[in-house]
Design a protein around this ligand. Structure first.
Ligand code: F6R
Length: 365
């Protein structure tokens, strides 16, 4: 039931404050992670993990890419991320004491399951699943499971599944980091930041009208570029995927620093450039990337921390996002990009909940 909403996708976008909160519930105190809530043998399985191999597809893969930044920064454990359909068809080396982490909303994605089954034969320390469907194949075949509490996701384009995956992945990262010397004060700082996320997502949802206004600029465009740096690069990838899937506008994501290594050649007034720019130490670098785009007549759409000092001017449309902790920023910054692609699709009159050629769960190759 869509209730008051025009589409399931919009309903699911608006459910995010609640389902992100539900995914935190029982797993965090005010200032720490409750490791035993991740499973009675979680402590045993997470001790001595020397490498994390993440496998997923599509949006879930983007969640894995964000998690890699977290895992290497907070836990100091090397982490690799790969799409399942590539991983399963190449020779790969499983390093000793690898935690094999599959991320899947449905838990039935054929490539992800195949990669897990293959890796089992090669041997690893433990298989962890981040999944939204209880009793799914992935859940049944993993040693440790962290369920996302997104509830059923009906829209084919994944929204709340992604932000709850990120929430679960950050909680997992903190548990792993504990085994690898993360200071309790740092853990407390991040847990406090996680508790703020549902409210911050609500604040972003309040910008819906403004984002709808911005979306008009995309209606008659055929291409777009999404830029981000650091853990916001996968957010840019996810933003681009959403726009492609439901509005059928070609959208490509690049790490902002790669701009001058090629894609800048494409930038002109017909190529809107969307940038996610939270207030971290990369923002100054990003600002100079933005100048490069503007100098070439490109129209910029910047989602920026209101403290970051990025101002709207000729050719630059800035959406002020409430200040958020750098670690939790990818969760919050995903939401305006979801809304942007939703409104572009509605304006274009596409089938938002059921995009052409796509299925909700890809259970065959
Ligand atoms: C994008 C989307 C897909 C899925 C992908 C993996 O909006 O929904 O890219 O993320 O098919 O599906 P799961 O997570 O069920 O393994």
């Amino acid at each position: 039931d869509k209730g008051e909403y025009r589409h399931f996708m919009l309903k699911e976008i608006y459910e995010q404050p609640r389902v992100v909160k539900a995914t935190m519930e029982g797993r965090l105190t005010d200032s720490s992670v409750l490791e035993q809530a991740l499973g009675t043998d979680a402590a045993d399985l997470l001790e001595n993990v020397r490498h994390v191999q993440i496998i997923a597809c599509g949006t879930s893969y983007h969640a894995g890419m964000v998690a890699r930044y977290w895992i290497e920064e907070l836990a100091g454990v090397p982490c690799s991320v790969e799409v399942a359909s590539e991983y399963r068809y190449r020779k790969h080396v499983i390093q000793p004491d690898t935690l094999f982490l599959c991320i899947s909303q449905s838990g039935e994605t054929a490539d992800t399951l195949a990669a897990l089954r293959q890796a089992k034969e090669a041997g690893f320390r433990a298989a962890l699943a981040i999944c939204n469907v209880p009793g799914s194949s992935l859940v049944r075949e993993s040693d440790l499971v962290i369920m996302t509490q997104a509830g059923p996701e009906i829209g084919v384009a994944s929204t709340k599944a992604f932000t709850t995956q990120l929430t679960a992945l950050l909680i997992f990262t903190l548990a792993l980091a504990r085994h690898n010397g993360l200071a309790p004060e740092k853990e407390a700082e991040i847990v406090k930041a996680i508790h703020l996320v549902p409210g911050q997502v609500n604040d972003v949802l309040a910008l819906d009208g403004e984002i709808e206004e911005l979306s008009k600029a995309f209606m008659d465009k055929n291409h777009s570029l999404f830029l981000g740096r650091g853990s916001q690069f996968p957010v840019a990838m996810e933003g681009a995927l959403k726009l492609k899937e439901i509005s059928y506008i070609h959208a490509e994501a690049y790490p902002a620093g790669e701009l001058k290594h090629g894609p800048l050649a494409l930038v002109d007034s017909e190529m809107p450039v969307v940038t996610v720019a939270p207030n971290n130490d990369l923002v100054e670098k990003l600002k100079s990337n933005l100048e490069e785009v503007r100098a070439r007549g490109g129209e910029l759409f910047v989602f920026a921390d209101k403290e970051a000092g990025v101002k709207s001017e000729e050719g630059i449309h800035v959406m002020q996002i409430p200040s958020v902790h750098e670690i939790t920023a990818p969760i919050v910054y995903t939401v305006p990009l979801q809304l942007l692609s939703y409104h572009v699709a509605v304006l274009k009159g596409t089938d938002v909940d059921q995009p052409r050629n796509l299925a909700k769960s890809v259970t065959v190759e």
